[in-house]
Design a protein around this ligand. Sequence first.
Ligand code: SF4
Ligand code: SF4
Length: 99
Amino acid sequence: MTFIKIIRLTLKMQVYDLKINKHTCTGCNICCVSCPINFKHLKDDGELTEKNAVVLIKNGLAYPIYIEEREVNCDGCGVCIENCPQKAIKIQIIEAKEA
Ligand code: SF4
Ligand code: SF4
């Protein structure tokens, strides 16, 4: 008798919630240009839009973009936090789900 073992690898995916302080953010754009994910999309796609960016500037303020269906979202690397001159960004894990 043959037994086939099916091993299911369960990957936990973390969702990062970027909190940007609208009182201290100056809209300088440093977070957007320093983000490695934004940089990759800018290089590959030639532009940053609400469809491919994970953080953008709108009306003079930075705002995070999370789209569940999309392949790449913020990975919580913290580069934007380190580079923000206003220390206006905080990040928290809001969800861990099975992939
Ligand atoms: S780097 Fe900081 S101050 Fe500049 S746009 Fe981003 S959140 Fe705002
Ligand atoms: S934490 Fe990393 S991936 Fe997320 S927005 Fe900041 S720089 Fe980009």
